[in-house]
Design a protein around this ligand. Structure first.
Ligand code: FAD
Length: 400
């Protein structure tokens, strides 16, 4: 303890660089990116996961990345290495299938700094992302990888312990932090499909009465479906033969889009809106889905997790520079993250309720809204800014 305080006092006087000892439990996309970010700042990081190096990249999943994630990856020198694996989309088509109205969000609707990057967003497969992150971690002298076995969640011997162990976080439970959960009646099905007739530079968010269906370009004619609907129906669809599944999908896609080949096994999973009652306990903090979960509409999930990483990285920088005592970091982190998390959670919930309904009153509000969205670029700009940079940036000038 005395040694611990001496290190920070000497550092605060400028005689030593601070080397914060961090333990991260969970090597999903959030934990691995955080480990890399903190090690690059010169801190000693231990990263633990029960999965092995071979198992970690093995999920069949693709993520929609927004500009907030692009900025973080650029600041960590990862963006250039990911470019060959990124599928950019320059248009996002939003369809209200009940009203038979649609509108497009385009690069011109982005803020001027984001426009320079020539895409509304990017789709990235889990495997190349995790392979790159693990490769960088393995060559970092500041990182100790403790993979393939369970580690304990105790706070001893570390200045900061991070729970990044996902929605069913055992660490969160061991720290006695409860969550508020709102399980959706809807679930979600993901599948990769070869789609004929689709623009490879266009992503689709199709609002249907049973829930939203996102069609995300992954390069060429390959597209990832993120298809929400009643959980039972999602599970039944996941169990269909490939040809039956493609027939069901063809029936709900807009005219001109023809699903040809199913490229992986569809997976159905339940959806929920969840927040941990607190994001810190003592020297421990929750990041990523151990602290929050939201509906996948608008592809917000992983981007929100990575904004946790950005905030924590900036606070650790402040500790390294002697501007923030390390003991205060967990509380400041929790305070700084709360608005973004609550706003995105409520915003995605509102969008799903508003667009996944045949209620006549809601239809009467949606009709003029779709009309205005198609005509008012200011409205599209505000919505896109909230989705791509985070809702807080709508009221604050965006830092590049
Ligand atoms: C089935 C499914 C499909 C999804 N599909 C999509 C999609 O198509 N697109 C999209 O953008 N998002 C998708 N998501 C959401 C997305 O996967 C999450 O936003 C993202 O994975 C969150 O990352 P994370 O690192 O916080 O948590 P996770 O990815 O859940 O990672 C948690 C890590 O912690 C490890 N762990 C567990 N217990 C412990 C422990 N006790 N100690 C140490 N480590 C532990 C796990 O092995 C895992 O590696 C999907 C989620 C699910 C569940």
């Amino acid at each position: 303890m005395v040694d611990h305080l001496n290190r920070f006092h000497s550092a605060a006087k400028g005689s030593l660089p601070v080397d914060i000892r961090v333990k991260i439990l969970g090597a999903g996309p959030t934990g691995t990116l955080l480990a890399l970010a903190l090690a690059r700042l010169g801190n000693s990081v231990t990263l633990c996961d029960p999965l092995t190096v071979e198992e970690l990249p093995a999920r069949s999943r693709a993520y929609a990345l927004t500009h907030s994630s692009r900025r973080l990856l650029q600041s960590l020198d990862l963006w250039a290495s990911l470019i060959p694996h990124l599928a950019p989309f320059t248009r996002l088509r939003l369809d209200d299938q009940e009203l038979n109205r649609h509108t497009y969000f385009e690069v011109d609707d982005l803020s001027s700094q984001n426009q320079l990057h020539g895409a509304v967003g990017w789709i990235l497969d889990h495997r190349p992302l995790m392979e790159l992150l693990i490769d960088r971690l393995q060559t970092s002298p500041k990182v100790l990888l403790n993979l393939g076995r369970f580690d304990d969640h105790h706070l001893d011997g570390h200045d900061l312990v991070v729970a990044a162990d996902g929605p069913r976080s055992l660490t969160r439970q061991a720290w006695g932090i409860n969550t508020w959960n709102h399980p959706y009646q809807n679930g979600c099905l993901t599948a990769k499909v070869l789609l004929r007739g689709a623009d490879p530079l266009m992503a689709y968010e199709l609002f249907r009465a049973e829930g939203p269906l996102a069609v995300l370009p992954m390069g060429g004619e390959v597209f990832q479906m993120v298809w929400s609907g009643p959980l039972r129906r999602c599970q039944e669809r996941a169990g269909l033969s490939p040809s039956c599944f493609l027939d069901h999908l063809a029936a709900v896609l807009p005219d001109g889009l023809q699903p040809d080949v199913l490229l992986d096994r569809p997976a159905a999973f339940p959806l929920q809106l969840a927040f941990a009652f607190r994001l810190q306990r003592g020297r421990g903090v929750l990041v990523g889905e151990s602290g929050h979960r939201c509906h996948p509409v608008g592809g917000q999930g992983l981007n929100l997790c990575w904004r946790d990483v950005s905030t924590l990285m900036n606070l650790v920088k402040n500790v390294d520079e002697g501007k923030l005592p390390v003991e205060k970091l967990p509380q400041v982190y929790a305070r700084k993250r709360i608005f973004d998390l609550v706003l995105v959670g409520l915003f995605t919930d509102l969008i799903v309720r508003f667009f996944s309904s045949r209620n006549i009153l809601l239809l009467m509000v949606r009709l003029p809204l779709m009309f205005l969205l198609a005509r008012l670029s200011l409205l599209r700009q505000l919505l896109l800014k909230a989705m791509t940079d985070g809702p807080i940036t709508v009221i604050r000038l965006l830092p590049e």
